[in-house]
Design a protein around this ligand. Structure first.
Ligand code: SF4
Length: 377
């Protein structure tokens, strides 16, 4: 299925950080001595070549976009918005680290129409923050949120991680209570995942990482869902919770399996039925004329799998009529038997036109996703 309409979302990657967190496997480098100005010039050049004039969502992530200086941030945001019809830009998110956002940087965000800030908080427990390699404190989080609110940023989301080393159920309850106290419109909560090539993975291999077991992880997840739903948050995606009107339009675009541009070192994009990835190492990215290092045209089976993997992350699940419209075949003819089995196991539910995961399905998400992998013939 090839679409001819231009994507209406862009992701922009800033691969610099002022700290390297122990759990992180994102494409990033320590900012000191990096060619940041040259990177920004090259990035804006890549964006300009795409001749984008309209976007509904724009998301700057990393790395840490706010690791840039005020001047660099100003240069980046001015360049990204120069040719855009801003009346069409519905959601403009910038990721930030608590403690990085000076008054000047907040003013730069405001000046360039950023209307959503995503803070990498991870936990409010100062001891745990140190243990996972973060350089901010819980007070930095409170101060940053206060400052953002004073500057009329009400659309603030934070990332939290649970099942951290040595974390107990009581610790999670404390984090949830602090979170609810802040009365934010949106939050994303992730269970810690050990990724290869991280400091945590090395520690784990040497038997020096005390992680909560799977049962406790489930208990924490259940507690988080129950508490946030009771407080009026809609659990609209496996890890995401939003108050009415504050679901992330950009992230929903991914889970709706829509196409988007990806700019910057290591960024991925999906345009005209082709999934691509840019050169990751910064010097490769700077030197390459064509920034894309891989381009893959997806087979029909892969497209249908992605529709399922991504769509089932949402509470609303996958629309069967949209599926048949998009792929010109019915969901039942491809996945009927598999779905029946998962419904019997109470991992999936079918209601009206939508198939979606039950709470049990959410806990065992990978088992559900695996069942939908089709044989290539
Ligand atoms: S978690 Fe964020 S701040 Fe920490 S190293 Fe990874 S990208 Fe940088």
């Amino acid at each position: 299925m090839i679409t001819n309409t231009k994507p209406s979302s862009s992701y922009v990657h800033i691969p610099f950080c002022t700290q390297i967190c122990y759990y992180c496997d994102f494409a990033k480098v320590y900012i000191k001595n990096q060619p940041v100005d040259a990177y920004l010039t090259s990035l804006l050049d890549e964006v300009e070549k795409s001749q984008i004039t309209e976007l509904k969502t724009l998301y700057i992530g990393g790395g840490t976009p706010t690791a840039l200086s005020t001047k660099q941030l100003d240069y980046l945001l001015a360049g990204l918005t120069a040719n855009l019809d801003l009346s069409k830009l519905h959601e403009f998110t910038v990721e930030a680290n608590p403690g990085d956002l000076s008054d000047e940087k907040i003013k730069v965000l405001k000046k360039h129409h950023v209307n959503r800030v995503s803070l990498g908080v991870q936990t409010f427990d100062d001891k745990l923050l140190k243990k996972i390699g973060r350089s901010h404190t819980s007070q930095d989080v409170f101060d940053t949120i206060e400052k953002l609110r004073q500057n009329d940023f009400d659309n603030i989301t934070i990332d939290l991680i649970y099942a951290l080393p040595t974390q107990t159920m009581a610790d999670v309850k404390k984090d949830v209570a602090t979170l609810l106290n802040l009365n934010l419109p949106h939050v994303a909560l992730y269970s810690l995942i050990l990724e290869n090539h991280t400091i945590f993975m090395n520690k784990m291999r040497r038997g020096r990482l005390d992680l909560p077991d799977e049962d406790l992880d489930f208990e924490m997840y259940n507690y988080i869902i129950d508490s946030l739903e009771a407080a009026g948050y809609d659990h609209y995606e496996i890890s995401n919770f939003g108050k009415a009107g504050y679901q992330s339009a950009h992230n929903l675009m991914y889970w709706d399996n829509s196409e988007y541009y990806g700019f910057g070192a290591g960024a991925s994009g999906y345009v005209n039925g082709i999934r691509y990835k840019n050169h990751g190492p910064i010097h490769h990215y700077l030197e390459a004329t064509d920034k894309k290092v891989t381009q893959e045209v997806l087979t029909l089976n892969e497209q249908m799998e992605e529709e399922l993997f991504l769509g089932l992350r949402k509470k609303s699940g996958v629309s069967l009529s949209r599926f048949s419209e998009k792929f010109d075949r019915s969901f039942e003819s491809i996945y009927g038997d598999i779905a029946d089995k998962l419904i019997q196991k109470q991992l999936l539910k079918l209601e009206n036109d939508h198939i979606f995961m039950t709470r049990q399905g959410l806990m065992l998400g990978n088992d559900v996703f695996e069942a939908f992998i089709l044989d290539e013939d």
